[in-house]
Design a protein around this ligand. Sequence first.
Ligand code: FES
Length: 274
Amino acid sequence: MSVRRLAEDTVQPAAFAFSKENAAWAEATINKYPKGREQSAIIPLLMRAQEQDGWVTRSAIESIADMLGMPYIRALEVATFYTQFQLKPVGSRAHVQVCGTTPCMLRGAEDLIKVCKKKIAAEPFALNESGTLSWEEVECQGACVNAPMVMIFKDTFEDLTPERLEQIIDLFDAGEKAEVKPGPQADRIYSAPVGGPTTLQTPEPAVKKTARASKAADKKAVSVPPANAAKPKTAADVTNPTLKTPATARKEAAKIAKTEGETVDKSKPAKKPR
Ligand code: FES
């Protein structure tokens, strides 16, 4: 992973403030956490600041640290650790983060980077001519099963071909991101096999029903003594779990023990039938 530093002072704004709507949202978010644990709201607040201003500025980090009563260095640690936070100005319509870790690299990430270089800029973080697009290479984003993939702001776009990435970039640049459905760009549901399931072909509800029915049948077979079962004669016979259910067994054991003069220890539960 590359070293992540804050942008130069020349581009840092002097102050930060949430808009009225975002300030109300931030307060409600902080109140979700127990007293003394408000710092847990650091990630959602930084993300909201990024959504508002397009990137995470030094003043935003410090202002949010003040809101949460935490040292600036702790807030900086979070902002500089996660690649989802942009520490420099990026494309206003799309910042394309191409995963270059091994599974994505083996499945064509290098071709996706070539597309970014051709359509956006030759160097990572450089803006295109109109300032609407930028790109960078990042580490694994957790969607390896659908490699190769890119992340644009909060959404992932998976199972990409260079041609599909070109289309996606064009749509974002044209302000038509609503036309692009995030997630797999191939014929699959989430991370299921392309083209449909290849195992577990039986529909799940049917499996559950069958399994439950056979369990119930097993239970019935164990708990009901056979019609020709030998009648218990002594207390030991009665507590035999193959003959009776625990409650019945205990009652009958007590009855027989009384007539035989034995003592039955009621504190010990009778063995359950298998
Ligand atoms: S390796 Fe690319 S998402 Fe995990």
